[in-house]
Design a protein around this ligand. Structure first.
Ligand code: HEC
Length: 92
């Protein structure tokens, strides 16, 4: 009986935790959105990219073209985040 009790004690938290719905991972996405809105509204409204659907390659080309114009206002790392974000929400 003691053994069963111990197993129960061990399983209880596992069961409890598996019942709690895990919230969708939103942190990364909303950070990407904020970054996109900040960087891509420097020269024109964000409606400019948001009115388009492009493949991942096309977004890469466009973002890199914008990055070249923006100089050091958009870093390599930021460009990657924005490319992934746009491909996800405005891919084709
Ligand atoms: C340094 C200023 C500048 C920044 C920053 C900038 N853009 Fe632009 N963008 C422009 C200019 C100028 C044009 C119009 C000329 C052109 O299409 O190349 C344009 C046009 C566009 C177009 C329309 C191009 C087409 O092929 O129809 C898209 C889409 C776009 N930008 C997306 C972005 C995104 C995404 C970002 C953020 C990564 C961004 N822009 C940041 C200057 C900028």
């Amino acid at each position: 009986m003691r053994v069963l009790f111990k197993i129960g004690l061990f399983l209880l938290p596992l069961i409890t935790f598996s019942l709690i719905p895990t919230p969708p991972v939103q942190g990364a996405d909303s950070e990407a959105k904020a970054l996109f809105e900040k960087r891509c509204s420097l020269c024109h409204p964000v409606s400019r990219p948001l009115s388009k659907n492009m493949s991942g390659d096309e977004w890469r080309q466009t973002v890199m073209r914008m990055k070249a114009r923006a100089g050091d206002r958009i870093s390599d790392e930021e460009a990657e985040i924005i490319i992934n974000y746009l491909t996800e929400i405005r891919g084709k």
